[in-house]
Design a protein around this ligand. Structure first.
Ligand code: FRU
Length: 521
């Protein structure tokens, strides 16, 4: 196509070859073949959302690069959609869908919402070939409330009660319904988790995961209270529209789950990601060591249908690994928070350039320019630890430490990100681009920020890990205490090729450690 923008296609963020993609679905790990499966909401016929809507399919050996597979599940008519849902491995054949010829580790059962003009009902399908093709259960639907706003079943095995659990949204009643089952076909309502968090227009894509509490690397926090549990349950919940950042976002709640009720510890809604592009989060089933790994759609319903990419629209986020850790949001409180780490297998990537510096004091002129001009791949990792010398700051100084990630062929297109000490906050400005969409779309928020406190108070030290991949930037602050995921759009082929570091005031910032890596697949 004349407007093909394939040079800007992300390298390690999954994109469909062509067509429209939204939510991740059916995430599971096959431990027989050591393969990760990801399905997704897919319209192969257009680059905007539309029906017939399918489950597209991709697989990965390393959670870093993906192989496109054939469409896995489709609707029975063109005006219907196979909406979001999940997959479990039915080791013990509780569903009776399998016979002994199917390896217990490959007894794949899918749950999805069947969307028609009349209703949203819950369907089951099973796979006899490890997740490539599916047979729809003859007793569908397995749940029907005569509602048009009832969707996104996420199913998992609950060890403690030895039952299957399904959470799904009665979207416009602001209810997450919790059902249980012994055979994956008959489901009994246990409770409603209702009217929690930010409501917005509607609830979508709930999830419930048991997440380990790990000791913080901040030594002031290790209270060694032996009676505290080593995990908590976390409810994930997406809303759209009505997000605080605009459009769609994913919130979470920390609490307990007894097989019937989820009880939140407090009344707080927490952000899974502070950027504009992290929606419909889902966790993988059947992971090694019960690690909590998950992925989100890296876009926003406010503008996802307008972004300047072709012949596809949207990518997924990187896969993330989640743990709970304590932290100090201020001088008096100690709170639990989700920590996110990107899962990247560097063995499958080539590091074309690495620049590593330590103990550099940054001034207000242009400092440490790194230049990949002749070989920009568009995949760049930035790892920074910096220290703030507050004694040389006067009141009302605007004291930023800015990283300018500039296009290789046109440096006037750039991302500016960094930290400012008066706010204090991390900031990102993705608005410096010649692409018409960036300046003209009123929902494409240029500037976002996140509260950012020292990683280590004594040393006044902060950490930023950022990865830019062609048209998406993920930033992890202080080892994943806060994350911000945002797409960005430069002129096609103008890959990030240099980084300038500039401070607002001389002598305030020291780069304790600074590493830039340019990678390729
Ligand atoms: C969330 C969502 C889901 C629905 C799917 C349809 O982005 O609206 O609630 O199942 O997308 O594609």
């Amino acid at each position: 196509a004349s407007n093909d923008t394939s040079l800007n296609r992300p390298l390690i963020h999954f994109t469909p070859e062509k067509g429209w993609m939204n939510d991740p679905n059916g995430l599971f790990y096959d431990n027989v073949t050591d393969l990760w499966h990801m399905y997704y909401q897919f319209n192969p016929n257009d680059t905007v959302w539309g029906q017939p809507l399918y489950w597209g399919h991709a697989t990965s050996k390393n959670l870093t690069t993906w192989t496109h597979e054939n469409i896995a599940i489709g609707p029975d008519s063109d005006d219907a959609g196979v909406f979001s849902g999940s997959i479990v491995i039915d080791y013990n054949n509780t569903s009776n869908f399998f016979n002994s010829s199917i390896n217990p580790g490959q007894r794949v059962v899918a749950f999805y919402t069947y969307n028609t003009a009349e209703s949203q009902t819950q369907y089951v399908a099973y796979s006899l070939d490890g997740g490539y093709t599916f047979t729809k259960y003859s007793g569908n639907p397995v749940l029907n409330l005569n509602s048009t706003q009832f969707r996104d079943p996420k199913v998992f095995w609950h060890d403690e009660t030895e039952k299957w659990i399904m959470v799904l949204a009665l979207s416009q009643e602001y209810k997450v319904q919790i059902y249980s089952s012994e055979n994956l076909k008959e489901w009994e309502l246990q409770s409603n988790f209702s009217h929690h968090g930010i409501l917005g227009y509607q609830y979508e894509c709930p999830g419930l995961s048991k997440i380990p509490i790990v000791k913080s690397s901040d030594s002031s926090l290790n209270s060694s209270n032996s009676t505290s549990p080593d995990y908590k349950w976390v409810m994930f919940l997406s809303i759209n529209p009505g997000a605080p950042q605009g459009g769609s976002f994913t919130q979470y709640f920390i609490g307990d789950f007894d097989g019937k009720n989820f009880t939140a510890d407090d009344h707080q809604t927490r952000f899974l990601d502070f950027g504009k592009d992290y929606y419909a989060f889902q966790a993988f089933d059947n992971t090694p060591n019960n690690d909590v790994l998950g992925v989100a759609w890296a876009s926003n319903w406010e503008y996802g249908g307008f972004v300047p990419t072709s012949p596809w629209r949207s990518s997924m986020s990187l896969i993330r690994n989640f743990t709970l850790q304590e932290y100090h949001p201020n001088g008096e409180a100690t709170e639990l928070n989700l920590f996110s780490q990107p899962v990247i297998d560097h063995d499958v990537l080539n590091a074309n350039h690495t620049i590593h510096k330590g103990n550099l004091t940054i001034g207000s002129g242009k400092n440490v320019t790194f230049d990949f001009h002749n070989s920009a791949t568009g995949l760049v990792e930035l790892n920074v630890t910096f220290k703030v010398n507050t004694s040389s700051i006067r009141p009302h100084d605007f004291v930023d430490l800015s990283f300018y990630l500039r296009g290789a062929s046109d440096p006037h297109e750039y991302l500016r990100l960094g930290y400012e000490n008066t706010a204090p906050a991390f900031f990102l400005d993705r608005g410096n681009s010649k692409v018409n969409f960036v300046s003209s779309n009123p929902f494409y928020t240029d500037k976002t920020s996140v509260n950012f406190l020292p990683y280590s108070t004594e040393l006044n030290t902060y950490k930023i890990y950022a990865i830019a991949d062609r048209n998406i930037l993920e930033v992890y602050l202080n080892d994943g205490l806060a994350v911000s995921t945002n797409t960005f759009f430069f002129t096609e082929g103008n890959h990030i090729g240099s980084i300038d570091v500039i401070a607002g005031i001389d002598g305030v910032y020291e780069l304790v450690d600074f590493e830039v890596k340019q990678l390729s697949v």
